[in-house]
Design a protein around this ligand. Structure first.
Ligand SMILES: [Zn+2]
Length: 276
């Protein structure tokens, strides 16, 4: 279960609960600021449109419980809306344009830089944001000099023994994985009796894949009748709890590691030359 504004994430690590002076006085040499970027978009008949934003907040709430109190890991208010134009026209979907989302994240990054921070993590819970965030992360690096990280908890590959092979390949939206997670973190927001299964039919192609090396551009109406891709009927809260436990174990370690990362140490210096 996940309770908003309770626990260490919100009581001890929520940056805007501090005063300006307190933020100013924080030790920022080894500090990480986390910005969750989610989405509000249709997730089939059984999941709330808040699903991606909800998973972001819940996962961070759970992960930040696992970090020692003296680590400098700070949480920003989330950007709940994402780039969801693949779902536009499905009621409840509220999308930012690529330009708007780019600008919002860049403005937040510039402000953090002016507050004295050095590291920003873009914590993404919506597949449709991924390409844009890859672009924005580098633009922030160039524009502000911040060290920028970019990740998605659903890409940590923790569910291979929990879901089917078909789900691993095609279960990208509202399927077993995502439904299990929401059943674990906010069970009363899932309409279990309306769960269904639908997989896009691309297995017949040898080289073309949905999200692999050779892709095609799609919107939800191209690939799904129900609005989902995956098998939500197999979802259970127990699976969701295992997924969250594994994901947050990794995240707790990752956040501390990132808070101490120094990009200047990456370049080793003179390249080895071919001997003459
Ligand atoms: Zn989702």
């Amino acid at each position: 279960m996940f309770l908003r504004y309770e626990g260490a994430a919100w009581e001890q690590r929520f940056l805007p609960r501090l005063t300006s002076k307190q933020v100013n006085d924080l030790p920022k040499e080894e500090a990480l600021v986390i910005l969750s970027v989610g989405a509000v978009e249709q997730h089939g008949d059984h999941l709330p449109v808040m699903t991606d934003a909800l998973i972001g907040e819940a996962t961070l709430t759970q992960a930040l419980e696992k970090i020692d109190a003296d680590e400098q890991v700070w949480l920003l208010p989330p950007v709940s809306y994402g780039k969801s134009n693949e779902h536009l026209g499905w009621a409840g979907t509220i999308s930012l344009s690529a330009n708007t989302l780019h600008s919002v994240i860049m403005d937040i990054a510039r402000s953090l830089k002016l507050s004295g921070f050095r590291r920003l993590l873009l914590f993404n819970t919506h597949g449709g944001n991924t390409d844009l965030l890859n672009v924005v992360a580098r633009e922030i690096r160039i524009a502000t000099g911040l060290m920028v990280f970019n990740m998605a908890p659903h890409s940590l590959n923790v569910s291979a023994d929990l879901v089917s092979e078909e789900e691993l390949e095609y279960g990208i939206h509202g399927g077993d994985y995502e439904t299990s997670v929401v059943m674990a973190i906010k069970p009363n927001w899932v309409q279990e009796h309306l769960r269904t299964a639908e997989f896009p039919d691309v297995a017949r192609y040898e080289l073309l894949t949905l999200e692999g090396r050779i892709r095609f551009a799609w919107v939800t109406d191209d690939i799904s009748e129900s609005g989902i891709a995956g098998d939500a009927t197999k979802a259970t809260a127990e699976k969701g709890e295992i997924i969250q436990e594994r994901v947050t174990d990794i995240l707790a370690k990752a956040f501390v590691e990132l808070s101490k990362f120094e990009i200047k140490d990456v370049k080793k210096g003179k390249a080895g030359r071919v001997p003459e």
